[in-house]
Design a protein around this ligand. Structure first.
Ligand code: SF4
Length: 384
């Protein structure tokens, strides 16, 4: 027996051809794994190939028919991935349809303006995402369209490593794994990491980099994402339906519910009195100055105070004469780490004062739909 017979040479390209995965232009060559037969590495590699096969097979049969999967262009991947950050799939689906109707292409988006884009983004929160989408669209429209590598993609406004890996793998077939909270949770459980430090994160990255080269990069990333969204969820994962079940250490040990350990989030709680100031036809709105909500419109407000405090504030800053009409149920405005309880009060303005036009506007009810508001403010306005 020659030395060669003691070694197995795994050419993943052979496996790929069996799976009829189309060749894609610029796809980097898949690696050749060289393992000593019968060793731990050999067994692990064989098990991993089996697991990756199961995972991608699961994805091909079980994947959801999300609208952004109908046509996998860099534009559709980009918009859907940015929308899905911090937002549930159920919320994103109708919003994605609306977005594509309004901005069906990169060119259409690049020709719009910030107020239109913010209006379309209303209710999705984290409004800097919408502003960066517009900036990136303008840049790409002036160039030759989307680049395909994560390095070039992350140089664009608002595109981080996760979105870059998603675009590069799903739209261009390049083997760059995505890593977000869902993916980390899946692999913390699979590899049995109770907490996640930088060494364990590197180990997860190494595993993903190996796995993604065993199959089609786009479907692999989508499979991992969908697994984290639907099966390996935070509480009570559906392990008996999971394609990773055979190799998952947390499932084997029965402690999947306590992995990874969850650190409680700290929120900043505050309260504000919010003013619906109206005359017979119009409402007073105010442009947001804060960094987080810049570009959006709000209602005038003050740190929550009593009747007297509110009247003093309005008289000093907003109107000469006014009378209280009523008050509405308090609502919570949640943005980043802020949890702001809003107490809305409706006042009828009898005598106005001059207000700086770049900050305040009196707007007719029928025209309010043109202005972008955080969704909680839209709710308050709709009660007028
Ligand atoms: S077996 Fe359970 S814990 Fe393990 S990856 Fe699958 S769903 Fe998550």
């Amino acid at each position: 027996m020659t030395m060669r017979s003691h070694w197995m040479i795994w050419r993943i390209s052979i496996w790929r051809s069996e799976r009829k995965i189309p060749e894609q232009e610029n796809r980097p060559a898949l690696p050749v794994f060289i393992m000593k037969k019968g060793t731990h590495t050999d067994k692990k590699q064989t098990a991993w190939i089996h697991t990756v096969k199961k995972l991608t097979a699961w994805f091909h049969t079980e994947k959801q028919a999300y609208p952004w999967r109908r046509e996998r262009t860099p534009y559709s991947v980009w918009i859907s991935e940015i929308m899905l950050q911090q937002t549930t799939v159920a919320t994103v689906i109708p919003r994605y349809h609306q977005w594509m109707e309004k901005f069906p292409s990169l060119e259409a988006l690049a020709k719009s303006n910030e107020q239109e884009v913010l209006r379309e983004w209303e209710g999705l929160g984290y409004y800097s995402r919408a502003k960066n989408i517009l900036k990136t669209a303008v840049i790409l429209n002036e160039k030759t369209g989307f680049p395909s590598t994560p390095g070039e993609l992350t140089a664009l406004p608002g595109i981080g490593p996760y979105t870059a890996a998603a675009i590069s793998s799903i739209a261009f077939g390049r083997p760059h794994p995505v890593m977000d909270a869902n993916v980390k949770r899946v692999f913390c459980r699979f590899l049995h990491f109770k907490t996640l430090n930088s060494e364990q994160e590197r180990e997860i990255t190494r595993t993903l980099n190996t796995w993604i080269r065993m199959t089609e990069p786009g479907p692999f990333n989508e499979a991992v994402m969908e697994l984290g969204q639907r099966i390996c969820v935070k509480k009570n994962p559906s392990c008996s339906f999971c394609p990773l079940g055979d190799g998952c250490l947390a499932y084997k040990r029965g402690d999947q519910n306590s992995i990874p350990e969850v650190k409680s989030k700290k929120y900043r709680a505050h309260e504000s009195s919010v003013f619906l100031l109206t005359d017979s036809r119009k409402l007073l709105i105010k442009q947001s100055r804060g960094n987080l909500l810049k570009g959006l419109w709000l209602l005038p407000k003050v740190p929550h105070t009593d009747d007297k405090g509110r009247e003093v504030f309005i008289k000093k800053h907003l109107a000469r004469e006014f009378s209280l009409v009523g008050e509405f149920k308090p609502l919570i405005h949640a943005y980043t780490i802020n949890r702001e309880r809003l107490y809305p009060f409706h006042y009828k303005v009898i005598k106005k004062i001059h207000l700086p036009a770049e900050e305040y506007r009196w707007v007719e009810k029928k025209s309010l739909s043109r202005y972008p508001f955080p969704s909680v403010y839209r709710k308050i306005i709709q009660s007028w």
